[in-house]
Design a protein around this ligand. Structure first.
Ligand code: FES
Length: 104
């Protein structure tokens, strides 16, 4: 199992456990993590699954793909922003920490 921690804008931390092969978005939605809406269902078209990867994990998670990068350009992104639907969970991500941005 892969252990993921979502940090909410108010500092609240939620731990989610998922199997390898799911996306970070799927793990969040299945566990009802607040702020991960995933309105397009993972089609890389809505950016409502935006997360900011903790600095300590950015290298392991890696950069966004080109389609994802274009979508991130349209929102208020951070240097380590990713769309959770584009992050496939692998065992090397066990212990991952991501931040949920404040939504307006
Ligand atoms: Fe829509 Fe990720 S769920 S872009």
């Amino acid at each position: 199992m892969i252990d993921i921690e979502f940090v909410q804008p108010d500092g609240t931390r939620e731990r989610v456990f998922s199997r390898e092969g799911y996306t970070l978005m799927e793990a969040a939605v299945r566990s009802g993590v607040a702020g991960i809406l995933a309105e397009c269902g993972g089609a890389c078209a809505c950016a409502t699954c935006h997360v900011v990867v903790d600095d300590a994990w950015s290298e392991t998670v890696g950069p966004p793909n080109s389609m994802e990068d274009q979508l991130l350009e349209m929102i208020d992104r951070a240097p380590t922003s990713r769309l959770a639907c584009q992050v496939k969970l692998k065992q090397k991500l066990d212990g991952l920490v991501v931040h949920v941005p404040a939504r307006e």
